[in-house]
Design a protein around this ligand. Structure first.
Ligand SMILES: C[S@@+](CC[C@H](N)C(=O)[O-])C[C@H]1O[C@@H](n2cnc3c(N)ncnc32)[C@H](O)[C@@H]1O
Length: 220
């Protein structure tokens, strides 16, 4: 199709500023989390404003109640997910760095979700087993160490309900190979993740064409 010549999505600045104005993806609560995280010295690697909105809307549209996030950072994406959770929902979020978890705890408290979010501090691969008895889960958002994405996907296969959702950030990176901070091992893992998500027979999958690429699968 002729439209392929324009690539994915829309990168025209006019469209971006229009969407920023009309859809207003970041409210004062999220802006405060971004600013407080930066002031606390956390890396500026939370999801972009529209990714946050996508997370909320997918959670809301699917009526997600039992939500898992791998990679909490300062709680920005977690607040977006928690906003989308159905009533009585609970978010289990996993973070390796205690300092990040501390900032996130304050973010969830300020956003009014302290009683609906549990932050698990440690390596996600070691900690995930501790929540399995609370499953099956409705939604899994993956946004931590890239080398473990295939393992996190396997965890999702075992612990998401049928019709459950997996979302994963940064998946377009697999197209670039190793560059800058992105090691050969990380991009190979992202590539394996994408191929298993699409071709493994466990999910129907597509992607949301954000800047970094948000993979989106539904468990069959
Ligand atoms: C990209 S940031 C997450 C951003 C967050 N989802 C947001 O948008 O607000 C990745 C986070 O994963 C954490 N992390 C890295 N490896 C991890 C692991 N093995 N287990 C749990 N967390 C990990 C990092 O410390 C970092 O805070």
């Amino acid at each position: 199709m002729a439209n392929d010549a324009f690539g994915l999505g829309q990168s025209d600045r006019k469209v971006w500023s229009y969407l920023e104005t009309v859809f207003g993806p970041e409210d004062p609560i999220l802006a405060e989390i971004r600013e407080r995280s930066a002031a606390a010295g956390l890396p500026d690697i939370q999801v972009a404003r529209f990714d946050g909105r996508h997370l909320e809307i997918v959670a809301r549209a699917t009526g997600a109640r039992r939500v898992v996030e791998i990679g909490t950072l300062g709680g920005y994406s977690g607040v977006c997910l928690a906003r989308g959770m159905a009533s009585g929902g609970r978010l289990d979020t996993f973070e390796y760095e205690p300092r990040h978890a501390e900032v996130a705890r304050e973010s969830f408290r300020r956003a009014g979700f302290a009683d609906r979010v549990r932050i698990h501090v440690g390596r996600a691969r070691d900690e995930l087993g501790k929540i399995e008895s609370h499953g099956p889960f409705d939604l899994l958002f993956i946004d931590a160490d890239k080398v473990s994405y295939p393992d996190y996907l396997r965890w999702g296969i075992a612990n998401l309900r049928r019709g459950g959702i997996v979302l994963a950030d940064n998946v377009f990176r697999a197209a670039f190979g190793a560059t800058g901070d992105w090691s050969e091992e990380s991009v190979a893992a992202l590539d394996l993740f994408n191929r298993e998500l699409v071709g493994g027979g466990e999910f129907a999958a597509t992607f949301i064409p954000t800047v970094e690429g948000l993979a989106f699968g539904v468990k069959l």
